[in-house]
Design a protein around this ligand. Structure first.
Ligand SMILES: Nc1nc2c(c(=O)[nH]1)N[C@H]1C(S)=C(S)[C@@H](COP(=O)(O)OP(=O)(O)OC[C@H]3O[C@@H](n4cnc5c(=O)[nH]c(N)nc54)[C@H](O)[C@@H]3O)O[C@H]1N2
Ligand SMILES: Nc1nc2c(c(=O)[nH]1)N[C@H]1C(S)=C(S)[C@@H](COP(=O)(O)OP(=O)(O)OC[C@H]3O[C@@H](n4cnc5c(=O)[nH]c(N)nc54)[C@H](O)[C@@H]3O)O[C@H]1N2
Ligand SMILES: [Mo]
Length: 760
C-alpha cells in the first residue's frame, strides 16, 4: 500500500527548514490570523466577523473547545481561530460550474490543501453510479434519493450516521433521534478518534466521562498545572492566556512531551503590552522530554514515589475511594529499568517532579491527543486519575482532570446522544419523550464502521460534517471501503477528500456554518454548544450565508426525516416545527438530557450555564461502587526492533485536522511544505541518514507493510527513538487494527516505522 505526494500546484520543491522557535503567539500570531481573514473574507466582512467571535452575543469560535473567559477581551480570538473563521467566511465558491469542470477522479488527485482552498459549497450535488462528475440535484430530489435508499435497506443497522464535532446541540440531538427512530445506534463520531480514551477512563474511575475543572481553577487556583501530550500553542492558543494568568500569580507548570513545543515554553500574549514589546512569559518550570507512549510508566513511577514518600492524603483516600491497597501492591512491583526504558527520563527528573507535586496544594493535569491515541491510552488516563486521587486532587478548587477537547462542540454532541454505545437511561428517556422504541444493540464506532463498509455491511453512510475519508486511519483500506458503499451522503460546508473518495452514488448537501445567519419559518435562530469545561452557551451567526441554497443542519435533518417517516409519521415527531423554531428542540432536550432543565432561560443568560459534574461539585462519584476507583494498570513497554522508530502523527500550525490552511509550521521552522519527518539527530546518525535526505516512511504490521513516499528528513530535538510527521498525509501508515484498548481509538501516536531511501 502506497501513497504518493498528490500532484497539484504545490510540489515540495520550495520546502524550507529553519530552527524551531521557543515562543508562541505574540504579534506575528495575530497578524498572520488577520491576514487570512481579510484576504479570504474581504476587509469589511473580516473585521465584522472577528468582532463577534467568542463574544457573548456572537458565535462560538469553530476553532477549538477551549472555554470563553467570563468577560472576554474585545479581541478574544487567536491566530488559529481567525484562520478557522476565514475558512468559513471565504468569498470563494464551489458551485455547479466547478463540479462540471472537475471530475471526481480529478478531485481525488488533488491535495487536501487545494480542495479546501476552492471555497464554500453552494448547492446539493449528486454523483450517479458510474458517472464521472457530480451534477446539481436540488433538495427535494436529494431527500428522495436518500429516503429511498434507507427504505431499501435490509435493516436499519445497514445505515451509519457519522458526526464531526462542529455540529450544534440542537442538530446533534435531532440527528441521533432520527437514527434511533429509524432503529440503529450506528452513530460513530470524531470523538472515537479523539478523546474516547479519556471518556472511557474517566467514566470508569470517577463516574463521569468529562473533565472536572473550570477555567478559574486554572487561572485563579491551581498551584501546579501539568500539561501532558498536548500542544496548546498551536491547537488551543487561548489556553496560553489562561496559563499565563496562572503563572503570573505564582502557579508552577510542567510540560511532559516528546517535542519541545514552542507554546509550552514561552508565551507572548498579543493582548498585553508585555506580549507585544517584551520577552513574554516563561511558562514551563520543567520540561520532561518523555518517549512516545511512556506516560503510563511515568505516572506509575510517580505514584509509587508519592506513596514511598508518605505523601498520600489518607483522609481523602479513605472517605472517597476504593481499590487503594491493590494499586499500591501493583506499584510496589514496578521495575525501574522498565520505567527508564519506557519514559527515557532520568530518575532525577522524576524526583524533581514528585517534589513539585508534594509542595503543591492543588494540582491539575491537562492532556490531549498525546495520551489518547496510544494502545495503552485508557490505562494511562486511569493512572492519571490514580495520581490525582492520591492527594485528593479532585473536587476542590484548583485541582482535577482536564482533558482538553478538540472540536468546538464535540463534548456537546456526546451529551446529546451521539454515541454508538448509549447508556440505557438515555434511551429510556428518549422512548418516554417520543414514544419510539429505541434500539438497544450497540452500534458501530468509527473503526468498526470502516470494517463494516469493507465487508459490504453498510448500504448508506451519512456524515454530518467532518472528513471521514481523510481523518480515519489506513487511508487506502478506508478509501476502498467508502467506494464500495452504495450511497454516501455528506453534509458539508467545504469541499474535502470525502467528496472525492465517496460511495457508488454520492450526495453532497451544503450547509450553513457557525458564522452565518440562520433564518427559519419561526424567525432568526441561534444554536447552543458545550465547551471542554461543560459550559453550555448560545452561538449566533451574523454573516450573510455563502449561498441562498444553503440549509441549516437542523433543517436538513428535519427535511430528511419528514421524507423518510412521512410529514406526520407514525411516531408523531413534529419535525417541521423543530425546523421552524429551535426552541422547540431545546424544550425536548430539557426533558431528555439530565442537567438541561430550564434550558431556554438559562442559555439566554450571557455566558450560559455549567452542567452538573458530581465529582467536581460535591466529591460524589457515580461509579458502580459509589466511590472513586483506584485502578491497577499493566505496564507494557513499547519495544521497537533495531533500526526502527516510533512515529507520531501530529498537526502543523497551519491546519485544522484535515483542513490545511497553508503549508507552514512556523513554530517548528517549516515553510512551504508538509511532507517532512522530524527525527532526533542521534537516530539519524545511527541510521546513517543525512538531515535533508528524502525517505519513504514504511510502517510494519502483522498483515504487511504500508508506505508513504517522499518525505524530507528534518533533524529535530524530539525524544530519541521517536519521530513525528503530519496527519492526514501519514494516515496511510496507521493500520486499521492498531487501536487503543477499550476505546478502540486509532493509535496514531505510536506507529512503528522504518525509513527507506525514497525511490527517485
Ligand atoms: N489550530 C488547530 N487547533 C486545533 C486542531 C487543529 O488541527 N488545528 N484540532 C483540534 C482537535 S480535533 C484536537 S483533538 C486538538 C488536538 O490537540 P493536540 O493534542 O495538542 O494535537 P496534536 O497535534 O495531535 O498534538 C499532540 C501533542 O502530544 C504530544 N505527544 C504525542 N505523543 C505523546 C506521548 O506519548 N506522550 C506525551 N506526553 N506527549 C505526546 C505531541 O508531541 C504533541 O505536542 O486540537 C484542536 N484544536
Ligand atoms: N493520524 C491521525 N489521524 C487523526 C488524528 C491524529 O492526530 N492523527 N486526529 C483525530 C481527531 S482528534 C479528530 S477530532 C478527527 C477529525 O475528524 P473530522 O471531524 O471528521 O475531520 P475535520 O477535518 O475536522 O472535518 C473538516 C470538514 O468538516 C466540514 N465542516 C466544517 N464546519 C462544518 C459545519 O459547521 N457543519 C458541517 N456539516 N460541516 C462542517 C468541512 O466540509 C470540512 O472539510 O481526525 C482524527 N484523525
Ligand atoms: Mo479531535
Amino acid at each position: 500500500m502506497t501513497t504518493r505526494a498528490p500532484k497539484d500546484e504545490h510540489d515540495e520543491a520550495g520546502l524550507r527548514v529553519s530552527p524551531p522557535q521557543a515562543s508562541a503567539a505574540g504579534v506575528p500570531g495575530v497578524v498572520h490570523g488577520l491576514k487570512d481573514v481579510l484576504e479570504q473574507a474581504g476587509v469589511r466582512r473580516g473585521v465584522k466577523t472577528l468582532r463577534v467571535l467568542n463574544q457573548q452575543h456572537g458565535f462560538d469560535c469553530p476553532g477549538c473547545a477551549w472555554p470563553e473567559p467570563g468577560k472576554p477581551h474585545l479581541a478574544e480570538f487567536c491566530e488559529n481561530g481567525a484562520k478557522a473563521v476565514a475558512e468559513e467566511a471565504t468569498v470563494r465558491r464551489v458551485d455547479a460550474a466547478f463540479f462540471a469542470e472537475h471530475s471526481i477522479a480529478d478531485l481525488a488527485g488533488r491535495s487536501d490543501h487545494w480542495l479546501g482552498q476552492q471555497g464554500r459549497l453552494t448547492e446539493p450535488m449528486l454523483r450517479e453510479a458510474g458517472d464521472t462528475h457530480y451534477r446539481p440535484i436540488g433538495w427535494d430530489r436529494a431527500f428522495d434519493v436518500i429516503a429511498d435508499a434507507l427504505h431499501g435497506l435490509a435493516g436499519p443497522d445497514k445505515a451509519v450516521f457519522y458526526t464531526s464535532g462542529r455540529t450544534s446541540n440542537e442538530a446533534a440531538f435531532l440527528y441521533q433521534l432520527f437514527a434511533r427512530t429509524l432503529g440503529t445506534n450506528n452513530l460513530p463520531d470524531c470523538s472515537n478518534m479523539c478523546h474516547e480514551s479519556s471518556g472511557a477512563a474517566l467514566s470508569e474511575t470517577i463516574g463521569v466521562g468529562k473533565g472536572s475543572v473550570s477555567l478559574t481553577d486554572i487561572t485563579d487556583h491551581a498551584d501546579l498545572i501539568v500539561v501532558v501530550g498536548q500542544n496548546p500553542g498551536t491547537n488551543h492558543p487561548r489556553m496560553l492566556t489562561a496559563l499565563e494568568q496562572a503563572k503570573r500569580r505564582g502557579a508552577r507548570i510542567v510540560a511532559v512531551n516528546p517535542l519541545p513545543e514552542a507554546g509550552l515554553h514561552t508565551f507572548k500574549n498579543p493582548q498585553t503590552v508585555r506580549g507585544v514589546v517584551g520577552r513574554g512569559t516563561l511558562l514551563s518550570d520543567h520540561y520532561l522530554q518523555i518517549r512516545l507512549g511512556g506516560d503510563l510508566a511515568f505516572f506509575q513511577a510517580v505514584n509509587r514515589m508519592l506513596v514511598d514518600a508518605g505523601a498520600v492524603d489518607h483522609a481523602f483516600v479513605d472517605q472517597y475511594t476504593t481499590g487503594f491497597d491493590d494499586a499500591v501492591a501493583a506499584w510496589r512491583k514496578l521495575d525501574w529499568d522498565d520505567v527508564a526504558t519506557a519514559t527515557g527520563l532520568p530518575r532525577e527528573a522524576l524526583e524533581a517532579f514528585v517534589e513539585e507535586v508534594r509542595t503543591a496544594g492543588s494540582v491539575i493535569v491537562c492532556w490531549a491527543m498525546g495520551l489518547t491515541q496510544h494502545k495503552k491510552a485508557v490505562p494511562t488516563i486511569r493512572e492519571i486519575v490514580n495520581f490525582l486521587l492520591l492527594r485528593g486532587n479532585i473536587g476542590r478548587p484548583g485541582a482535577g482532570a482536564c482533558p482538553v477537547r478538540g472540536h468546538s462542540n464535540v463534548q456537546g454532541d456526546r451529551t446529546m446522544g451521539i454515541w454508538e454505545k448509549p447508556p440505557a437511561a438515555f434511551l429510556d428517556a428518549l422512548e418516554a419523550e417520543f414514544g419510539i422504541t429505541a434500539p438497544r444493540r450497540p452500534g458501530h464506532d468509527t473503526v468498526d464502521t470502516i470494517r463494516a463498509m469493507r465487508d459490504g455491511r453498510v448500504g448508506v453512510f451519512m456524515a454530518m460534517g467532518g472528513n471521514f475519508a481523510a481523518a480515519t486511519p489506513d487511508s487506502e483500506v478506508t478509501a476502498a471501503a467508502l467506494r464500495a458503499v452504495p450511497l454516501t451522503v455528506h453534509v458539508s460546508t467545504k469541499l474535502n477528500r470525502s467528496h472525492a473518495l465517496a460511495g457508488q452514488r454520492s450526495i453532497i448537501l451544503p450547509c450553513l456554518g457557525r458564522t452565518e445567519r440562520d433564518v427559519q419559518a419561526g424567525g432568526e435562530q441561534f444554536v447552543t454548544v458545550e465547551d471542554s469545561m461543560s459550559v453550555v452557551h448560545a452561538s449566533r451567526g451574523t454573516l450573510r450565508p455563502a449561498s441562498d441554497q444553503l440549509r441549516s443542519e437542523v433543517a436538513i435533518i428535519c427535511g430528511l426525516a419528514q421524507r423518510v417517516f412521512g410529514p406526520s409519521g407514525p411516531d408523531g415527531i413534529p419535525w417541521a416545527s423543530f425546523a421552524a423554531d429551535y426552541s422547540a428542540v431545546r424544550a425536548r432536550i430539557a426533558r431528555v438530557v439530565p442537567g438541561f432543565d430550564d434550558y431556554e432561560e438559562r442559555v439566554a443568560v450571557p455566558g450560559g450555564f455549567v452542567l452538573p459534574h458530581p465529582p467536581r461539585d460535591s466529591r460524589s462519584f457515580p461509579t458502580a461502587s459509589g466511590k472513586a476507583q483506584f485502578s491497577v494498570n499493566e505496564l507494557e513497554v513499547l519495544r521497537v526492533p533495531p533500526g526502527r522508530l516510533i512515529l507520531q502523527t501530529v498537526r502543523s500550525h497551519d491546519q485544522f485536522n484535515t483542513t490545511i490552511y497553508g503549508l507552514d509550521d512556523r513554530y517548528r521552522g517549516i515553510r512551504d511544505g508538509r511532507r517532512v519527518v522530524f527525527v532526533n539527530p542521534a537516530d539519524l546518525e545511527a541510521l546513517g541518514i543525512a538531515d535533508g535526505a528524502m525517505v519513504d516512511l514504511v510502517s510494519e504490521w502483522s498483515d504487511g507493510d504500508r508506505r508513504a513516499s517522499s518525505f524530507r528528513v528534518v533533524a529535530y530535538p524530539t525524544a530519541p527513538g521517536c519521530a513525528a510527521a503530519y496527519f492526514p498525509e501519514t494516515n496511510v501508515l496507521v493500520p486499521l487494527d492498531h487501536t487503543a484498548e477499550v476505546s478502540n481509538t486509532p493509535a496514531s501516536k505510536s506507529v512503528v516505522i522504518r525509513l527507506e531511501p525514497a525511490a527517485a
